[in-house]
Design a protein around this ligand. Structure first.
Ligand code: ATP
Ligand code: MG
Length: 465
């Protein structure tokens, strides 16, 4: 409890929480004024109320991160109100303050969902320290949430962009320059060229690096839920919304939100996103509240957004808003000189991860790798190295003979005569990869550089044949 902790270097702890919003609820005007005066220089949004009713009204209309709440309010005790607030889904921080404290009250307050408890009279450093602790805790909660999401996604953390070709040097230079500003960036490029890696680099090199990086795959979310996933929702906003929930934008506060595969956003959500980009606020689904936003937005697509606009599937105004800065990642066939460096990089990155011995790529094999066109770009090269490590051999001719990516799907495009042959080789190749991973389809699909759905479709076709 803060009442027992000695105040530590008061002014140093008061660095501020500019994008937090705080509600002070106390019936004593003097105490309200004191708290508001103390907090306003450090926090842009401070509101105050003289009763629980007034406080509830402010809460309905505004987003609040922290409530500083007096226990003895006229009519309704602060603890009773707090219990109701928690039942209704308020998930922000709450500091209770009181002049009459005993251990039981303190325990009851903490059980009701208070984050902290302070005895009146208190001094400025005490309240500032308490707010700072709440802020840190809420930041950690957000970070944990983001980390859990990242861990649960199959994306492997990467060390950064590898490559010394003029194209990659130019790209690194651009990323560094663009990272320093707050502008929205659209990353374009073929699949596997490193758009996600580029987005991470933009965040890591930016002044927001210590804040969260929240990647959102727009293609992976159900169209019905995507709006509430992004913007959060109020309690009762739709059937099943028993509690209010914060959205991913909220979790990205102070950091970067990366909208991957942005072309897949439904038109209705595109409209909400446009509003967010214009007003720098978010409105949770079913709520009247506008939450101020301090989030940098990055977006990526492997389709041409300009074409999507022409086809009427993407809003033109949103397209212009997103591509304030436009970065296009080059396909690997346009910087083939980076292939040896990338292959070595993946070899040393993957060897310890897979727990296998490293392989030597001889000159002839390397020449073979450099001649190949890599339609799946850097991801295909990474998959090739991974497959080689798993199989214990670098088989470049297999890459040419049954190049996974162009082959799968290409069978439909070639002339009748060679189709059967190609299909047989494709089947043989897929089965050998499946075999090498003991039938694990997710893993095999990753190695082949195709989606699990495509792999399953192929297996079903063979089963039906
Ligand atoms: N220049 C690079 N240096 C090192 N690794 C790279 C580079 N470019 C891409 N990669 C790696 O290649 C893989 C694919 O990259 P990434 O996921 O960023 O591609 P993408 O452009 O987002 O693809 P998609 O459009 O399919 O989502 C990742 O494992 C990434 O770490
Ligand atoms: Mg990607």
């Amino acid at each position: 409890m803060s009442a027992n902790t000695p105040p530590t270097s008061p002014e140093k702890s008061a660095e501020g929480w500019p994008f937090w919003s705080i509600l002070v609820v106390d019936d004593e005007q003097g105490m309200r004024n004191f708290l508001v005066k103390t907090l306003v220089p450090r926090c842009q949004f401070v509101m105050s109320a003289g009763s629980a009713e007034e406080g509830a009204e402010l809460l309905r209309a505004n987003h609040v991160d922290l409530i500083i709440l007096d226990i003895s309010l006229p009519g309704r005790s602060g603890v009773a109100w707090l219990k109701d607030l928690r039942d209704q889904g308020f998930s922000g921080e709450v500091i209770l303050i009181t002049a009459f404290a005993d251990l039981e009250t303190a325990i009851e307050a903490l059980r009701a969902g208070a984050s902290d408890f302070i005895l009146k009279p208190f001094r400025v450093p005490q309240i500032l320290n308490a707010v700072k602790h709440c802020y840190e805790r809420s930041r950690l909660t957000r970070e944990n949430y983001v980390l859990r999401r990242e861990l649960s996604s199959s994306q492997c953390a990467s060390d950064g962009l590898v490559g010394t070709s003029p194209a990659m040097t130019q790209l690194s230079h651009t990323l560094r320059r663009v990272a320093a500003v707050n502008s929205t960036v659209l990353l374009q490029g073929e699949s596997g060229t490193g758009k996600e890696l580029g987005a991470r680099a933009l965040h890591d090199l930016s002044p927001r690096a210590k804040g969260p990086f929240v990647p959102v795959n727009c293609a992976a979310m159900s169209p019905e839920l995507i709006e509430s996933e992004l913007f959060g929702h109020a309690r009762g906003a739709f059937t099943g919304a028993n509690r209010a929930r914060d959205g991913l934008f909220f979790y990205a506060q102070g950091g970067t939100l990366f909208l991957d595969e942005v072309a897949e956003l439904p038109l209705a959500v595109q409209a909400s996103l446009l509003r967010t980009l214009e007003d720098r606020t978010i409105r949770p689904v079913g709520s009247e509240q506008l939450v101020p936003l301090n989030v940098r937005i990055l977006a990526a697509t492997n389709r041409s957004l300009a074409d999507e606009v022409t086809a009427g599937r993407f809003r033109k105004d949103l397209y212009y808003r997103l591509q304030v800065v436009d970065i296009t990642l080059p396909p690997l066939r346009e910087h083939k000189e980076d292939i040896p460096g990338l292959a070595r990089h993946f070899m040393s990155q993957l060897t310890p991860l897979l727990g296998v011995a490293p392989l030597d790529i001889g000159d002839a094999d390397m020449a073979g790798l450099m001649q190949y066109d890599w339609p799946g770009n850097v991801r295909e090269l990474r998959n090739f190295v991974e497959r080689s490590l798993i199989l214990g051999t670098v088989n470049v001719s297999a890459l040419y003979a049954v190049a996974t990516r162009p082959l799968i799907g290409a069978t439909a495009a070639v002339s009748q005569g060679s189709t059967t042959d190609l299909q047989a080789r494709e089947k043989q190749h897929i089965l050998s990869v499946l075999d090498s991973v003991q039938g694990d389809k997710t893993r095999a699909a990753q190695l082949l550089g195709i989606s699990r759905r495509t792999l399953e479709r192929r297996c079903a076709e063979w089963a039906a044949a």
